[in-house]
Every structure is written in structure tokens, then in C-alpha cells.
Design a protein around this ligand. Structure first.
Ligand SMILES: N[C@@H](CCC(=O)N[C@@H](CS)C(=O)NCC(=O)O)C(=O)O
Length: 245
């Protein structure tokens, strides 16, 4: 809810607050993931120092609007341990960018595709959120109607086909081809941050019609099951990020 982040001038979620020698506020999922992964795999445990490797810079979004971002935000800082081959790092970084530039934009047009799907999506949002009874009911119907209309505009903005599912299937297929058949994850035997971020986007749709359609029309299932299991096992926190098969 907006009031839950009223402490912040940055108005989006996720936000991570760290409490060490200094308190830090980390905004933006890619930056957050990179900082946390760097923290896990490195002997450097000073969050402020790690965050300083990602200086804040001014940039522009796809429509030319100025915004603040973090340079290197798709890179994990690997100061120690065996050096990963360049192409391995490049692949992870490229797919992480693809998640932000492409994959994430496919969600709204797909989950608000029809009035019925928009209502089902808002039903889920209201059930998970902290809404009062009336507030929830209003949010569900007003939200669904608004997002149904907005998603049509987003579909055009991101040059999607009329049948938005086709863009979603193409994206998922492209990802599954990149993972390949020889390894469970893009990261090898363990997920890397590209695996995690693709999972994060698709996970949002779990339980909705769009997700069921993806499972039926693509070969996402196996990789997705592996991801669930890896996350359940706390794989990201245990693996040092170096050995590869
Ligand atoms: N690039 C940001 C995007 C964050 C974002 O757009 N979050 C949405 C919810 S998933 C939000 O908070 N929207 C509220 C708003 O834009 O006002 C990230 O990956 O963290």
C-alpha cells in the first residue's frame, strides 16, 4: 500500500532497508539482487561499501524521460574466487537486461487481457493486500476496469501483437532455448540472477489464466519446477556463485 512506503521519496516497490553500521535504502530489484548476491559471495560485509560499487547516475527511460538509476546494476561484484569466463558474465547480464527491457512489459497486457482476467488478477491482488472489506471491493472493480484499459495502451507502447499471448510464448520459448537441455538453469547447476529474475516475473502470473496458458503452450514447466525447488532449498544463499559444470 502507498502508505506503507510513505517514509520513502522513491514511490515504487520493492524497497530493501538494511540496518548495519549505517541504515541504507536500496531501490530497484536489479540493484537489490546484485547488492545482496555480492554480499553473499564476498568477504566484504559492509553494505555501504558494496552499494558504493553501484553509483547513482542520471539516465533516461525508453521514452526519453529522465530518471535516476544505478550503474553496473546488472553486475554482481566478484572480487574474490575464480574468475568467471567473460561470456558467462555477459550472458547473465544480457538476460537480466532483457527481463527489465522486455519480459516485464508482457505481464500487464497478459494478466489484464480481458475483463474477466482483469477481475481475476485484482481478486488476487486484493486477497494478498491489506484492504478493508469495502476498500477491497472498490479496488477490485475500479482497478480491474482501469488496468484493462491501461493495458491496451501498454500493449501498443511495447509493440505487442494483437494476441498478446503470442509475445509471451515467444519470450518464454526464447528463454527456454537459452537455458538449453544440458543444464537445469542458465547459471548451470545453480540458478544465477538471470534465472531468479525471469522466475520473479513469471511467478507473478502463477494461478492466473496467463500462466496456465504458458504452461500448456511452452516447455517452461521443467525449468520452473527446478526454480521452485532451488528457492525452497535456499540455493541462492548457499551457493558461492563460482563453480560451474
Ligand atoms: N525497475 C523497478 C520497477 C518497480 C515497479 O515498477 N514497481 C511497481 C510494482 S511491481 C510499483 O511500485 N509501481 C507503483 C508506481 O509506479 O507508482 C524494479 O524492478 O524494482
Amino acid at each position: 500500500m502507498r502508505k506503507e512506503i510513505s517514509f520513502s521519496t522513491y514511490r515504487k516497490v520493492p524497497i530493501v532497508l538494511t540496518h548495519g553500521t549505517v541504515n541504507l535504502q536500496l531501490n530497484d530489484s536489479a540493484f537489490i539482487s546484485s547488492v545482496l548476491k555480492s554480499y553473499i559471495i564476498s568477504s566484504e560485509k559492509d553494505m555501504e561499501k558494496i552499494a558504493s560499487y553501484y553509483p547513482e547516475v542520471e539516465s533516461t527511460d525508453a521514452r526519453g524521460k529522465a530518471l535516476m538509476t544505478r550503474s553496473n546494476k546488472y553486475h554482481v561484484m566478484r572480487a574474490e574466487g575464480p574468475v568467471l569466463p567473460d561470456d558467462v558474465i555477459k550472458t547473465e547480464v544480457e538476460w537480466r537486461k532483457w527481463v527489465d527491457d522486455h519480459l516485464v512489459h508482457l505481464i500487464a497486457p497478459n494478466v489484464y487481457r480481458t475483463p474477466k482476467e482483469a477481475l481475476a488478477s485484482f481478486d488476487y491482488i486484493v486477497r494478498e493486500g491489506k484492504f478493508g472489506r469495502w476498500e477491497g471491493l472498490v479496488a477490485k472493480y475500479v482497478g480491474a476496469a482501469a488496468m484493462y484499459l491501461i493495458s491496451k495502451r501498454l500493449k501498443k507502447r511495447h509493440h505487442m501483437r494483437d494476441d498478446v499471448r503470442q509475445d509471451l510464448y515467444s519470450a518464454v520459448n526464447k528463454w527456454i532455448v537459452a537455458v538449453g537441455k544440458k543444464r537445469p538453469f542458465l547459471g548451470g547447476e545453480h540458478p544465477n540472477l538471470a534465472d531468479l529474475e525471469v522466475f520473479g516475473v513469471l511467478r507473478v502470473m502463477e494461478g492466473l489464466q496467463a500462466f496456465g496458458d504458458v504452461l500448456t503452450h511452452t516447455k517452461l514447466g521443467l525449468w520452473y519446477e527446478h526454480m521452485h525447488a532451488a528457492i525452497e532449498a535456499g540455493d541462492g544463499a548457499q551457493w558461492n556463485g563460482f563453480e560451474r559444470t
